[in-house]
Design a protein around this ligand. Sequence first.
Ligand SMILES: N[C@@H](CCC(=O)N[C@@H](CS)C(=O)NCC(=O)O)C(=O)O
Length: 329
Amino acid sequence: MSSAQQVYHDKGRFTRPDSIFRNFISKDPNSQFPAEKGRYALYLSPGCPWAHRTMIVRLLKGLDSIIDVYQVHFHMGPEGWYFSGEGGSLTEDPLHGFKKLKELYLKADPNYTGRYTVPVLWDKKADVLVNNESSEIIRMLYSEFDEFLPEHLREENRPGHGLYPPQLRAEIDEMNDWVYNTVNNGVYKVGFSRSQESYDENIRPLFASLDRLEEHLGHGKPFLFGDFITEADIRLYTTLARFDVAYHSVFQCNLKLIRHDYPRLHSWLRRLYWDQDEEGPLRAAFYRTTEPNIGRYALGYADSKWRIVQESQGPLIVPAGPLVLMEPL
Ligand SMILES: N[C@@H](CCC(=O)N[C@@H](CS)C(=O)NCC(=O)O)C(=O)O
């Protein structure tokens, strides 16, 4: 964490500042950031749930050979994200030789004073930072690169009309809003609390929203909005995949477990995770981006909680359980 103080406001409540770089890649060849094969790269850590969204969409859409991925070390160091050469991380930034993500942000804007977050979407040709907000990056990935993809992977040809179908947009946006505030970011508000008051205030809305999602899946369909996957599934997935293995223990989000208390969410989660059919509609995107990393989630969160809440004081203890990381279907 660049500065722990930066993310706290009164009475120990954690706040997530808005992302700063908000440009868009466009399929319009005359735009400032036109979609092009091989032009853009994602800097990310697979431990980060926001970055994980972009990893899933990249594979789900078949953009593996169109968008590069530059992986940093799984968890942050004293100066934030860095390249370590370990556990899948590159040894350095392949474009500039940087060792720290901070250097990339300062290259993009020498006056930048915000947080050095992943994911980062970088334009290799113009050598600039395009966008560092995952919710916007995933939309660019699934909507602007279709001309480089085979027919069946294009949004208009996907069954259900894509990850953000026009007829469902209002409902998806509405769900994204409360899921972001109380679930995706809700777990952080609980886990990064620096006061009992902040913890108490945030834990119940988190579980109220999980209860609401469980009810929502009472429609009996495989995905949140019916028979076909949408971006709402992807956005919820990266939080729920970390829930029992990290948020429950490390972030003390412990009123309930997904595996014991939410049968519909649990089967929804396992169906996404265990789909290993690379030729199928999910292209095994969830499995391929989660399975290699799920055993490290608790470590990543224990480490960041130790840095941010405990300001690197005292011992760092990583909880061991649960024995089974993701139960079989
Ligand atoms: N709103 C951003 C949030 C990204 C974010 O906060 N990423 C965390 C890792 S999970 C990070 O890089 N934190 C670094 C820091 O705060 O110094 C997004 O969705 O892309």
